[in-house]
Design a protein around this ligand. Structure first.
Ligand SMILES: NC(=O)c1ccc[n+]([C@@H]2O[C@H](COP(=O)([O-])OP(=O)(O)OC[C@H]3O[C@@H](n4cnc5c(N)ncnc54)[C@H](OP(=O)(O)O)[C@@H]3O)[C@@H](O)[C@H]2O)c1
Length: 238
């Protein structure tokens, strides 16, 4: 387990499961999110840094504090995200901008600020979504942002490989978190029916893979679904 982790969106949901996993294994974590976690962390090695990943100045200040706390940054996990749906005629510019700014530009801001401090052996793990690879009606902003994140991942993987920095994309399927809490029971049933595994995933199941990918020394530029087989039903990322 590498020691210094920076996790955006680490206050709840999938990001929080990553933070808890790393803390339990003895790592130190800087958690970047706008609002504090409601549940206490179990380790004193976790430092929350109030940050809006859509703002370059906020991210730059957070990086400085994270480096003080962590010393070396070994792993960056870009997990901060928001979901806003809406069919294109109803999808106003404010919602489009919020989704792209958080899910895509936020990852750019964090990579832009953090990469100069990453050494040989460091890793970036971005958190994508199945809709970045598969069309769903009413999801164009989120899909565009997550597809962009896949492009950012692949391009950075090639750019940073000579420096020994790996960059991968973990793609969760449907996970029960605050983000998905508003999905109606009927829509949830339809979604579960489409998942070969016949159930939704847990934040911990995604976190396990984020940690494994961060430590996979010969993996870079990879797209790693953790989705109960959902992507396999339409040919995956090919
Ligand atoms: N849940 C799913 O089914 C699912 C499926 C596929 C992919 N994902 C992806 O997995 C990631 C985590 O999702 P989740 O389900 O765990 O969501 P969540 O429970 O809603 O957590 C989202 C996290 O992102 C943070 N965040 C949002 N906007 C931010 C901003 N501008 N600056 C800094 N932090 C920000 C939130 O904190 P604040 O709001 O306090 O800032 C929170 O910590 C997201 O990238 C999401 O797109 C989730």
């Amino acid at each position: 387990m590498r020691r210094g982790w920076l996790v955006t969106g680490g206050t709840r949901g999938i990001g929080r499961a990553v933070v808890d996993h790393v803390a339990k294994a003895g790592g130190a974590v800087a958690v970047l999110a706008r609002t504090p976690a409601t549940e206490q962390y179990t380790s004193d090695d976790v430092l929350e840094i109030p940050t809006d990943v859509t703002e370059g100045a906020s991210v730059a200040a957070a990086l400085a504090r994270a480096r003080e706390h962590l010393g070396d940054i070994d792993v960056v996990v870009n997990c901060a995200g928001v979901h806003r749906g809406g069919r294109i005629a109803d999808l106003d510019r404010a919602r489009w901008d919020e989704v792209v700014a958080t899910n895509l530009t936020g990852a750019y801001e964090v990579c832009h600020a953090a990469v100069p401090h990453l050494g040989d052996g460091a890793a970036v793990v971005n958190v994508g979504a199945v809709v970045g690879f598969r069309g769903f009606p009413g999801d164009s902003a989120y899909a565009a942002a997550k597809a962009g994140l896949a492009g950012l991942t692949r391009s950075l993987a090639v750019e940073l490989a000579p420096a020994g920095v790996r960059v991968n994309l973990v793609v969760p399927g449907f996970v029960d978190t605050a983000m998905t809490a508003g999905v109606s029971a009927a829509a949830r049933r339809r979604i579960v029916a489409a998942i070969p595994a016949g159930r939704t995933g847990t934040a911990e199941e995604i976190a396990d893979v984020v940690v494994a990918v961060a430590g996979a020394s010969y993996m870079t530029g990879a797209v790693v679904p953790v989705d109960g087989g959902l992507m396999a039903t339409f040919g995956g990322t090919g």
